[in-house]
Design a protein around this ligand. Structure first.
Ligand code: NI
Length: 209
């Protein structure tokens, strides 16, 4: 159940210690050994084990190289997803957009970033996709290796599902919303499907600091 509501609820359930990632053991076997299992990454993220984030240089929707260091002095809202995602990604990106709109001019202090976990398909359509959301949203892509490295640094699990009819596939991914501070430090994450109002509230709090 890639990127589904059920997956989001699993994530939330696991916040309460109900670790139920049974289907992820199968997914983990298909992954190259450089990535920890979904359960391990989520567990480390939720219990604050290890670091989250760090330096990256990727390519934006206009073809420019962009590094995290450019965004110092702003809060970064970082989201890993893919443009073919049917529900959770667009809903979360719309929630981020609505929160930024609600913040008005203060939203200048926030840099929203969408990092695709599907660079093979998304690199061509990234510009059109991010344009559908907030004007300040930067879409980032790179080689599969570059993306994997950044996602690992953020403890952002993703795994390509089986090829379905045609060449289609979906991607299983956690879809949490990361909040990074003005010096690039990790502040925390918000679960998928956090409401725009709640996001606005959280962002306003960190903008005031
Ligand atoms: Ni998604």
């Amino acid at each position: 159940m890639p990127c589904s509501r059920a997956k989001a609820w699993l994530l939330i359930a696991s916040l309460f210690g109900v670790i139920l990632f049974s289907n992820d053991f199968a997914a983990a076997e298909e992954q190259p050994p450089e990535q920890a299992s979904a359960a391990q990454m989520m567990d480390d993220l939720m219990y604050g084990r290890g670091t989250v984030g760090g330096p990256f240089t990727l390519t934006d929707q206009t073809g420019r190289k962009r590094s995290d260091s450019e965004f110092r002095g702003k809060l970064m809202v970082v989201y890993f997803g893919y443009t073919y995602c049917p529900d959770v990604c667009p809903a979360d990106l719309m929630a981020i957009t609505q929160a930024l709109d609600a913040l008005g001019p203060a939203a200048e202090g926030i840099q929203p970033i969408f990092i695709t976990v599907d660079p093979e398909r998304d690199s061509r359509v990234l510009a059109d996709y991010v344009a559908a959301f907030h004007r300040s949203l930067v879409g980032l892509t790179g080689s599969p290796e570059e993306i994997r490295k950044v996602a690992n640094a953020y403890k952002a699990f993703y795994a390509k599902g089986p090829i379905e009819r045609g060449a289609e596939y979906s991607i299983d991914h956690a879809g949490v919303i990361y909040l990074m501070g003005r010096a690039g430090e990790y502040l925390g994450f918000m679960p998928p499907q956090t409401s725009p109002d709640r996001l606005t509230e959280v962002l306003r709090k960190y903008l005031a600091k």
